[in-house]
Structures are given as structure tokens and as C-alpha cells.
Design a protein around this ligand. Structure first.
Ligand code: ZN
Length: 534
């Protein structure tokens, strides 16, 4: 007989949103064999749950763990949160596919978001990335989207222009190849160059390839500020034209002037669904966002890549143009772009992680504070920082309203995604270390308009369905035994001041029937897999 585990006396949250019920779960091999009262313990290793909650393992529907999976395959801060599957490749950022000539631009592109990418950490295709991960052995499962940027860099490099028909065809062929190998979808990043430079013909062409393969189209849309509603509409129109299902990334209304527009954005999605468009969204449970420092610049600033940007910044004319964009919002080559700094202020942008050791003492400080220390104007500080580590600084932006956040997090179309930006050092946004226990804790406290059962559903069955993970996301016989046990006083401890603190109350995590967390300690086991699309 297969190795068996019996979890006895748990409050079972089955993932459907149904009220928890007391019972046992018997696991045989990699799968759940039985769920019910007083199950047979014969031949099984018994875990006394003692009234703790048992839920399907959490699925992080939106993450940027592509690189950290290679470097820390045990994925300790995800395991500590009860996460058993992570979706990577979001917002157009990924580590494949590449052609020989696109290796350098791809490493530069990903490095701008997550720090230096070494040689050998980017891949020709999904199959090569998957082989690298499964060869190392990973603690928890991974689902991978193809980043639009990788396609565009492979075919066109850092060119800020529309693709030709031949180039569109080459991108479509490259994308189709990734889908045949098992990638789950395509992610767009419509504010991030080079994805931002695609015209409608390119986007519709790629969306059609997504639909042909039954894959998923996700999008960091063009604007989460004044252009939010138009951007939601643009994504819906793209889904209609291409015919695929869609996931709108981290739905939010950023900047005080636009607070309160979240309900209207959600209404657009509801209307689209009544119209037959399959669209939903993800969001993290914090009122601050995080990104690359380059997001403070208009997309055209990256024309030609970071090297070209730095060369232009070294000239008085180039620097003055950027200053006018950032300080005054004037960016003639970037229709519809809005200056984040004008919207939220220098004091609300904090350094999360620096790309150079010399800049590390600045982590945790705002751009306004750093400018004060340096005795210069904030824009000069921004320009200095970008030049100092070639745009690899990570920033945290305080920009959302709690009311809008509650609207998003409690909506039936929502699923939880951390959007964490993991680096090995720094003071990153705490969502990488606390998003899942934080979301549970607010439900257990009765906050945010969502009960515990629904909160768990948004972290399990909903994303499992969205990504086509047919045998995960539910506590039910026959399902893969990806499970998480947690206490009623579960809570996050990661804060913006101290962001890497592990949570409290997640005690056991199993992946395919094997413990990766036992008594709150990582076991070192690596039963995870890179999941290929069925
Ligand atoms: Zn994003």
C-alpha cells in the first residue's frame, strides 16, 4: 500500500465555500483517499489536528517567483504561508522564451523588476525552464505564464514601434510552441516596455493564439489610475476579439483622486460576463503596491533599453525631458500616461530593494527622505538612483484606499495573488511574506465583508478552476493531497518596517501527500512539480 497519512479532528474547509465541518482526511500516496468522521487510521501516520482548520493548499494566483524558484527551490516564505502552488510569469515578465540574441535584453528586462539575472537563468523555452526546475526539485508546485516581453524581445529587441506582420507571426509561432510544451497562458504588461509598445493588431493576434490553445490571457492593464475604466474596457475588448478567457491582474484604483472608482471597474467586468466574456481578477491584501523604479518613468523612456535610457539621461536635453514627464506629467510620446509621482508624491515612494550593495542603506527610506539626506531635488535623486544600479531598484508605493481594497478582495470574481517581488535581500513589500495569512486573519476577525469559507475559496478552488488545475483546490477524495493546516489565531507578522517576518499559525503543509511544513518547520522535502497545462 502507498504511504498513508491521517489528519484527525480538523475543521475542514473544503474550498467550495461551504461551511467548515469537523472530520478526518485520509491520504494515500499523493492523493486524498477519504474525507469524513472517524476514518480508519490503519497503517497511517496520524496528525492530530486538535480543531485546527484544514484547507486545500493555497494557490498564489499572481507571483513573480520565476527566478527565486531557481535559487531557493524550497520556497520557504511561500511554504510558511500555506501556499502549495505559485503562478509565475506575470505582468509580461518571464525567463523564457529566448533566442540567442535576446538573452541579454531578457536578463536586463527581468533584472529591472527583480535584480540581476545571471547567465544560465534564462531559458530557450518552457520545456527548458521546466527541466531546470524539476531537475533541482521544488518544494511546491509552479504554474507558468509566458511573459509577452520575452516574445517581443526575442523577435524585436527593445524597439519602441509596432510589430510588422512578419514579426507578429514570429511572436505567435513562438507563443504557440510554449503552449504545446505546457505553459498555462500569456501575460501582458501594458505599462511595461516593451509589452506597452504593442499595437492592437499584435495583441489581438496573440490573444487568438491563447484562445486556440485554450490557455489564459492575463494583463497588467494600461492604467490603474485615471485611465482605469478605459483600461478595463480595453482588456475586455481584447478578450472579445481574441476569444480567450482572461484574468485582470491586481485590480485597483491607484492615487487619491481616483479612489472610489473600484466599484465601477468591477461593474464593467460583471457586465462583460453577462455578455459572455469569461473574465475575473486577482488582488493582494495591502493598500500599497510595488514595482521597478522605472515605472516612475513614461514607457518611451525605455526605448532601446536601459543602456539607451542612461545615455539619454546623461545629456541635459534628455534629462530635462524626463524631468518634465515625472514632475509635470508632460510625455508627448506616451499618450494617456500619468506621472505616478504627481499622483502620489515623493514621500509615498519607498525603496524596497536596491540592485547594488552600496545603495542598501537606503532600503526602507522614501525618495523624499533620500533627497533630503542628499541635499538635492527628489528628481535628481531619482535620476541618480536609476543610474546607480541600472534601474534595478525596487519601490513600494502607498497609493490605495482600504475601502476600494475591501471591494476588490470580497468580490466573487476575485482570487488572491500575492504579487510578491522576492529578492534575496532588502526591505520588500511584505505581501511576499504575509499575503495569505493576512487574508485569512481579516476573514477570521470578521473584517472586509468576507467570511472564512469564502476567503479560502478565493485562495483555492477559484484559482484552481481559473488555471485549469482540475485535481487541486478542493478537499475531496481523488484530489491531489495539497493541504494546509492552520490555527484559529493565524496571522501575518510581516510589516512594511519588518517585511520578512514569517506568519503565525500555519502549522502543516502537504504537497502531493508529503509534508513540506511540519510543526511549523520546513521539512526540506521537494515534492512539488512544474505543472503543465492539460
Ligand atoms: Zn503587475
Amino acid at each position: 500500500m502507498d504511504r498513508a497519512v491521517l489528519i484527525r479532528g480538523a475543521r475542514i474547509l473544503d474550498g467550495t465555500g461551504a461551511p467548515w465541518f469537523p472530520g478526518d482526511v485520509r491520504i494515500e500516496g499523493a492523493r486524498i483517499a477519504a474525507v469524513g468522521p472517524r476514518l480508519d487510521a490503519a497503517g497511517a501516520e496520524v496528525v492530530e489536528a486538535g480543531g485546527r482548520y484544514l484547507a486545500p493548499g493555497f494557490i498564489d494566483a499572481h507571483a513573480h517567483d520565476d527566478l527565486i524558484y531557481l535559487r531557493q527551490p524550497g520556497r520557504p516564505e511561500k511554504v510558511a504561508q500555506g501556499v502549495t502552488t505559485v503562478v509565475v510569469g506575470n505582468c509580461s515578465f518571464g525567463l523564457y522564451p529566448q533566442r540567442p540574441a535576446s538573452e541579454a535584453p531578457l536578463r536586463e528586462h527581468f533584472g529591472n523588476l527583480l535584480g540581476t539575472v545571471a547567465a544560465g537563468e534564462t531559458f530557450a523555452d518552457f520545456a527548458a525552464y521546466r527541466a531546470a526546475l524539476d531537475g533541482r526539485g521544488i518544494a511546491i508546485n509552479l504554474v507558468s505564464l509566458v511573459g509577452h516581453a520575452a516574445l517581443r524581445l526575442a523577435v524585436m529587441g527593445w524597439q519602441n514601434r509596432a510589430a510588422t506582420a512578419d514579426e507578429r507571426e514570429a511572436m505567435a509561432a513562438l507563443l504557440a510552441e510554449q503552449f504545446r510544451q505546457g505553459a498555462h497562458g500569456l501575460s501582458l504588461g501594458l505599462v511595461y516596455p516593451p509589452s506597452a509598445w504593442a499595437d492592437r493588431a499584435e495583441l489581438v493576434g496573440l490573444a487568438e493564439v491563447v484562445a486556440e490553445h485554450g490557455a489564459l490571457l492575463t494583463a497588467h492593464v494600461r492604467s490603474y489610475e485615471g485611465g482605469l475604466i478605459a483600461s478595463v474596457d480595453e482588456f475586455i475588448a481584447l478578450l472579445k476579439a481574441g476569444g480567450s478567457s482572461g484574468l485582470l491582474s491586481h485590480l485597483q484604483a491607484a492615487g487619491r483622486p481616483y479612489w472610489g472608482s473600484l466599484p465601477r471597474a468591477v461593474e464593467r467586468l460583471e457586465i462583460a460576463r453577462r455578455d459572455g466574456v469569461d473574465v475575473s481578477f486577482d488582488m493582494y491584501p495591502y493598500p500599497a503596491g510595488s514595482s521597478t523604479i522605472l515605472q516612475l518613468l513614461p514607457p518611451s523612456a525605455l526605448s532601446g533599453g536601459v543602456g539607451a535610457l542612461l545615455a539619454r539621461m546623461a545629456t541635459p536635453v534628455g534629462l530635462a525631458a524626463l524631468r518634465r514627464a515625472v514632475e509635470e506629467g508632460v510625455a508627448p510620446d506616451d499618450a494617456g500616461w500619468e506621472s505616478k509621482i504627481r499622483l502620489i508624491g515623493w514621500e509615498n515612494v519607498r525603496i524596497g530593494g536596491a540592485g547594488e550593495d552600496a545603495l542598501r542603506p537606503l532600503e526602507g527610506l522614501s525618495l523624499a527622505e533620500i533627497a533630503d539626506i542628499r541635499g538635492q531635488a527628489p528628481f535628481e535623486t531619482l535620476a541618480w538612483l536609476i543610474a546607480a544600479d541600472q534601474g534595478q531598484t525596487n519601490i513600494v508605493m502607498f497609493q490605495l484606499s482600504e475601502t476600494d481594497l475591501d471591494t476588490a478582495l470580497s468580490h466573487p470574481l476575485h482570487m488572491l495573488g500575492s504579487d510578491g517581488l522576492p529578492r534575496e535581500t532588502g526591505k520588500p513589500h511584505p505581501r511576499a511574506y504575509g499575503a495569505f495569512p493576512r487574508y485569512l486573519a481579516r476573514a477570521l476577525r470578521g473584517e472586509g465583508g468576507l467570511g472564512l469559507e469564502d476567503a479560502v475559496r478565493h485562495m483555492t478552488a477559484v484559482p484552481a478552476q481559473r488555471f485549469g488545475l482540475a485535481d487541486r483546490g478542493l478537499v475531496r477524495p481523488g484530489m491531489v493531497a495539497d493541504l494546509t493546516l492552520f490555527t484559529a489565531d493565524v496571522s501575518d507578522r510581516a510589516t512594511f518596517q519588518d517585511p520578512t517576518q514569517p506568519p503565525h499559525g500555519i502549522t502543516e503543509v502537504l504537497v502531493a501527500g508529503r509534508f513540506v511544513l511540519r510543526g511549523g518547520e520546513h521539512t526540506g522535502a521537494r515534492p512539488g512539480r512544474t505543472l503543465a497545462r492539460a
